[in-house]
Write a protein that binds this ligand. Structure first.
Ligand code: PEP
Ligand code: MN
Length: 353
């Protein structure tokens, strides 16, 4: 008789469990729909104010015998798993730049040339644009090698405000004119969003330098242009911060972003920066964007450029950037680290062999 009573009670509990299960599943459907809406509106998944309001409401309606404490405990657990579910669903989608979101490599078209399609891209040129004659000499050398890109800074991020700051738009005009003559594509850094409009006609690729990797208004501004962007890793940026900086550009509408590992600051003094070679395969794995390695600013020394360039290509870099100057000893910036044209000839021959 006693057992029959227990069984009856248990049967009733089983029925209620099934009802709870059905209700919890209905609730989960709504939780997912709310998660999608929060994603659309860019809202956080965890909303403590809303959670507190629900708890107050439930306390008011609680007629027992469950204590408020027990009821709050159960509902807090339900809220916790609901928020976790919303977060997981939204991370599964991932960042726009992530492989999870798009599995194929992004191939970037720059005036009929493709970057990131398998063949390595080479970007060489002086640290700064200094004169027509200087750019002519570099461009002629690049064109003779069949190269397609030239770099040169016109807006220079210099540590000292007393150092050469670059020729600005005049420098870009020089580089663009020379590049046209030798059929080269132009890459140059823009430091200020207000220079973009005037600079764009002279550029094929806009470079965002290491010091501006987290200049969010500049990232948003280049997100609105229709030319590719080469984004360099910040001096002390983690890979996650670097990837998020790229996301700023893509989420504002410009999918043509290339990443450039250029060394990070560590305690090591043997090189100007420490080249984080593992960043290359990690970025290739985690994003679908082309990845470059700047062998000049990462090392700051000319004697190891060849093995570093080979290492970069061996770990999957889509391109290499290096500085070349017709007369490095009198260069107006980075005089110690730029290859002369003669050194460049040897470097390039050995890189290809
Ligand atoms: C450059 O490429 O000219 C430059 C200044 O490099 P970074 O921003 O990586 O220091
Ligand atoms: Mn430089």
């Amino acid at each position: 008789m006693k057992n029959e009573n227990l069984n009856q009670l248990r049967n009733r509990i089983d029925e209620i469990n099934l009802q709870l299960l059905q209700l919890l599943n209905e609730r989960t459907e709504l939780v997912e729909a709310v998660g999608r809406e929060k994603d659309k509106q860019g809202l956080k998944k965890y909303d403590p104010i809303r959670e507190q309001q629900i708890i107050e409401q439930l306390k008011e309606k609680n007629q027992g015998p469950m204590s408020d404490e027990m009821m709050v405990h159960i509902f807090k657990e339900i809220f916790k798993v609901s928020v976790k579910l919303q977060e997981e669903k939204s991370h599964k989608k991932g960042l726009l730049v992530s492989r999870k979101n798009k599995s194929e490599d992004t191939v970037i078209e720059v005036n009929g040339d493709s970057i990131g399609e398998g063949e390595a891209t080479f970007v060489f040129g002086p640290c700064s644009v200094e004169s027509q004659e200087q750019m002519e000499r570099v461009a002629a050398n690049l064109a003779a090698k069949g190269l397609k890109y030239i770099r040169g800074g016109a807006f220079k991020p210099r540590t000292s405000p007393y150092d050469f700051q670059g020729l600005g738009i005049e420098g870009l005009k020089i580089m663009s004119e020379v590049a046209k003559k030798y059929d080269l594509r132009v890459i140059s850094e823009i430091m200020d969003a207000s220079d973009l409009e005037a600079a764009l006609p002279y550029l094929d690729v806009v470079q965002i330098g290491a010091r501006n990797m987290q200049n969010f208004s500049l990232l948003k501004a280049v997100g609105h242009i229709n030319k590719p962007v080469l984004l360099k890793r910040g001096l002390s940026a983690t890979i996650e911060e670097f990837v998020n900086a790229a996301e700023y550009i893509t989420m504002h509408g410009n999918p043509n972003v290339m990443l450039c590992e250029r060394g990070i600051r560590t305690y090591e003094k043997a090189t100007r920066n420490t080249l984080d070679i593992s960043a290359v395969p990690i970025l290739k794995r985690e994003t679908h964007l082309p990845v470059f390695v700047d062998i000049t600013h990462s090392t700051g020394r000319k004697d190891i450029l060849l093995p570093i360039a080979k290492a970069a290509l061996a770990v999957g870099a889509d391109g290499i950037m290096a500085e070349v100057h017709p007369n490095p000893t009198v260069a107006l910036s980075d005089a110690n680290q730029q290859m002369s044209l003669e050194e460049f000839d040897v470097f390039f021959k050995n890189l290809l062999s």
